[in-house]
Design a protein around this ligand. Structure first.
Ligand code: FAD
Length: 476
């Protein structure tokens, strides 16, 4: 028997038939990332039932020097859950650890398994009159473990913060097979380092998260979802400032979509309809919410906010969703943008942030510079304007062959965009993480002291480099 065969035989004895497969057909769907940019190979797919089994598996892997790639819903955008092509790693799915609760109604919190799918968490919270205030287009696949490991954002960060802000405690299996267990319900705890923070955003490189205690919010009593047409991204920013002033904390989301992205949505999903009659250069999708006390006046406040915006010339047209299904349809347009853009052919995607007040000028400047430097390309920016974070896609000239373009001009364009972002004081990863996609760019542009600290933490927690090698940091 080879070393790997010995390891797999021991892993099979530990996990049983439900817990390990080496069947290429069962493995295949999990070896390519959601965007279809990376395809890897793995010696098998392990699906441990709980943290005890996982801890034993990690210990075994350490004994055999087998590297492990943690995976949740495989909806990540940076290839972080895709193993390399060597086939030397074991893919570790957390999807079986999908228990939710019980939900603590009084204290509004829940402990759930790392494999819980976001949409299921939403539904479980809603069923008891609460809600989990983080959502994103991949909610049907993304898991709690993946959301924590990437410190995911989404469309409600403006009011509630990203995943980090929702985590009270967590449990993770470490590279030496021990279990860090801190499923604490404490809101305050100053006994030294806040160690859970190490795992949030570490993309499976420091430990494998098995469970988390999450905060919940009271269910909303009412909401208004508005689709507004504006003449420029500068006007969209002015509208955001106006909305923040007019409705304050009730502003839950503020997204922007340029007209070409909306057209891409209609090509991709011909049944979808624009909420407005005419075309506008940009659209703002705005959500304003109310609890029970504020619900009676919500409609009035939103209408007043929009009327003032019209008067000030901040928007050209607007529609307020008149039902929950229409509100969902408005959000559906926004959530379809990534799929629609992906279907248009080879594109380089950048998930970037700059200080929110600089975002309109950054978008205008970056689009002009990229299109001038790379004739035939088409750049679009859409997403979370309220957070100073947009997805900046550069679509290849018509007829480009994907592999050739991505390896040539596409690669150069990404460096060009990241250089611009750095000059504007921004980040080359606002919410999707580094994965394998941006490892070399982070090394090129990252702050040397931060990179040194990250390497020190990695080698302290995972000296043999067993966990998710080549992601976030280069393999040693
Ligand atoms: P995976 O893709 O399986 O893994 C992602 C990373 O986390 C990998 O590095 C993996 O190794 C690691 N990992 C997974 N589970 C664990 C675990 N239990 N322990 C340790 N490491 C683990 N993201 C946003 O932030 N904002 C958005 O608005 C957004 N919109 C999206 C829209 C669409 C249509 C799609 C498909 C995705 C979107 N995403 C967005 C990206 C994605 O949903 C998030 O990154 C999500 O957090 C990934 O969760 P996952 O369970 O699929 O993780």
């Amino acid at each position: 028997m080879t070393r790997n065969e010995t390891f797999l035989a021991a892993a099979a004895a530990l996990l049983g038939p439900r817990g390990l497969t080496c069947d290429p057909d069962l493995l295949a769907p999990w070896l390519t990332d959601w965007r279809g940019r990376y395809t890897g190979a793995a010696m098998g797919l392990a699906s441990p039932a709980d943290s005890v089994e996982l801890a034993q598996l990690v210990t075994l892997a350490g004994e055999h020097n087998v590297t492990l790639v943690p995976q949740g819903g495989n909806s990540g955008m940076s290839g972080g859950a895709t193993p390399d092509a060597s086939g030397a790693s074991l893919l570790v799915s957390l999807r079986r650890m999908n228990a939710i609760g019980p939900i603590d109604l009084e204290n509004r919190r829940v402990t759930c398994g790392a494999g819980v799918v976001l949409q299921n968490l939403h539904e479980a919270a809603e069923a008891v009159g609460l809600r989990f205030p983080l959502t994103l287009g991949g909610k049907g696949s993304a898991t709690v473990g993946g959301l924590i490991s990437t410190n995911a954002g989404g469309t409600q960060v403006l009011r509630h913060g990203n995943m980090r802000a929702q985590v009270l405690g967590l449990e993770a299996v470490l590279a030496d097979g021990s279990v860090y267990s801190a499923l604490t319900p404490l809101k305050k705890d100053n006994r030294g380092f806040d160690l859970k923070q190490l795992f949030i955003g570490s993309e499976g490189t420091l430990g494998i998260i098995t469970a988390a205690t999450l905060k919940l919010e009271p269910a909303l009593a009412d909401r208004r979802v508005i689709w507004a047409g504006v003449e420029s991204i500068q006007a969209a920013r002015a509208l955001l400032l106006h909305a923040e002033k007019a409705v304050g904390e009730a502003l839950e989301g503020f997204e922007v979509i340029p007209h070409p992205s909306l057209e891409a949505v209609f090509e991709y999903a011909p049944d979808m309809r624009s909420p407005l009659e005419g075309a506008h250069a940009w659209y703002a999708l705005i959500e304003v919410v109310a609890d029970a006390a504020d619900a009676p006046s919500l409609g009035e406040r939103v209408e007043a906010m929009l009327a003032e915006a019209f008067e000030a010339g901040l928007l050209q047209d607007a529609a307020i969703a008149n039902s929950e299904s229409q509100a969902e349809a408005f959000w559906g347009l926004r959530e379809t943008v990534p799929m629609a853009e992906r279907s248009k052919g080879p594109a380089m995607q950048h998930d970037i942030s700059v200080p929110v007040e600089k975002m309109p000028d950054f978008i205008t400047d970056a689009i002009a510079r990229v299109e001038a430097a790379y004739p035939g390309t088409h750049a679009v920016a859409f997403g979370h304007l309220g957070d100073g974070n947009v997805h900046f896609h550069v679509i290849s000239p018509p007829g480009s062959e994907r592999a050739i373009w991505e390896a040539g001009d596409g690669k150069a364009i990404s460096r060009f965009v990241h250089d611009l972002v750095t000059q504007w004081g921004g980040s080359l990863s606002a919410e999707h993480g580094i994965g394998q996609m941006k490892v070399s760019e982070l090394q090129r542009l990252g702050d040397p002291s931060s990179l040194g600290l990250m390497r020190a933490v990695k080698s302290a927690l995972d000296p043999k480099g067993l966990l998710n090698p080549g992601k976030l940091l280069p393999s040693e």
